[in-house]
Design a protein around this ligand. Structure first.
Ligand SMILES: [Zn+2]
Length: 238
């Protein structure tokens, strides 16, 4: 059964959710909800449960902000958007991937060289069960309206372009609580990583452009960050 691993209210109106395979963040306040990422298609009921856990209602969902168009981050957005009348937005450079005009996502062929590694088969089976091979594109998605996003919840997010994992991958920084949502540029854990808890990169075969992904990870400025909310693994307080 799919279950939420943990939830943490890291700052007023910011609930970090460690999902079954990937993470999302619920921003809530002023009678509104906005999400950053939303798990696999199969995670949609868990996303709605996490909104209720935050003391809000799924019907108050206004917008889903997507760090990048992989099915474990974008997966339930199309259905959430339809059910609750929410908009789906991502960085302009990521729009083709989110709309599935192109597909930048690891395939079974990419996995073949590592298929004998411990855990890879199990991870792939879980990903497929969660809807990872389905069409999760959101043709109606639009681009972020600037480098600073004013949320309907009263929060503010700065967009940090971090290409490589996908062409238009973006991190999102909340300056008041100094929270950095890193998507898959750096993570603190994953089913296919041995270590958990430390900032690290995902295995290379997950990245669309390995060199660019490494450069984005290196250039990530953590000086102003108090809390890292990664796409995979537990949150990290610096
Ligand atoms: Zn990803």
């Amino acid at each position: 059964m799919r279950e939420i691993r943990s939830t943490s209210e890291v700052a007023p109106g910011i609930l970090f959710v460690e999902g079954p395979a990937s993470n999302w963040t619920v921003f809530h306040g002023d009678g509104a909800v906005e999400l950053v990422d939303c798990g696999y298609p199969a995670d949609r009921p868990l996303v709605e449960a996490s909104i209720r856990a935050a003391g809000a209602e799924p019907a108050d969902l206004r917008r889903i902000l997507i760090t990048h168009g992989h099915s474990d981050h974008l997966g339930s957005s199309r259905e959430l958007a339809v059910r609750h009348g929410a908009a789906v937005q991502t960085a302009a450079a990521e729009l083709p991937n989110v709309r599935r005009e192109v597909t930048e996502q690891v395939t079974v062929a990419d996995l073949l060289p590592s298929v004998l590694k411990r855990g890879t088969v199990r991870w792939a089976v879980e990903a497929i069960r969660a809807g990872g091979l389905g069409d999760v594109g959101v043709p109606s998605a639009t681009a972020f309206d600037g480098d600073t996003l004013e949320l309907s919840t009263g929060h503010r997010l700065h967009v940090v372009a971090t290409p490589g994992h996908t062409s238009g991958h973006a991190c999102l920084f909340e300056p008041d609580a100094r929270v950095l949502i890193t998507g898959d540029v750096v993570v603190t854990g994953h089913a296919l990583l041995r270590e958990s808890g430390e900032l690290q990169q995902l295995p290379a075969f997950f990245h669309h452009d390995v060199a660019a992904a490494a450069a984005s990870a290196r250039s990530l400025d953590l000086c102003d960050t108090a809390i890292v909310l990664p796409g995979h693994g537990p949150l990290l307080r610096l």
